[in-house]
Write a protein that binds this ligand. Sequence first.
Ligand SMILES: [Zn+2]
Length: 122
Amino acid sequence: MKIIRNNLLPGKNYAAINLFGVLFCHHDTVISPVLVNHERIHTRQMIEMGFIFFYLWYLAEWFVRMFMKGSAYYNISFEREAYLHDDELDYLKHRRLYAWWPLMKRKKLERAKEMKRKKHNR
Ligand SMILES: [Zn+2]
């Protein structure tokens, strides 16, 4: 993944922003394997959505979720998938196409989190 360190992108409250598969971050951002995996998950989402539709959907969902319960950002389905799986460094090897889609529903997200908890508590 191409990483460009700079002072402008992303805004102050974010660690990094992925624009068309290129990661922009501040000079002092710690780039962990989990962060890179998170952004790679977004790149995969972008590819399957044809990039432009990814950003349109992302912004539209963010806007709609601003009027819903909880954090709009963390509840965007692309973010739900990325945060749910970013610590699984082999996730993209077995990820299903449009894996973010079922996570649109809070119930499916809660079920996925529960399954992950059970898997790790074995
Ligand atoms: Zn993200």
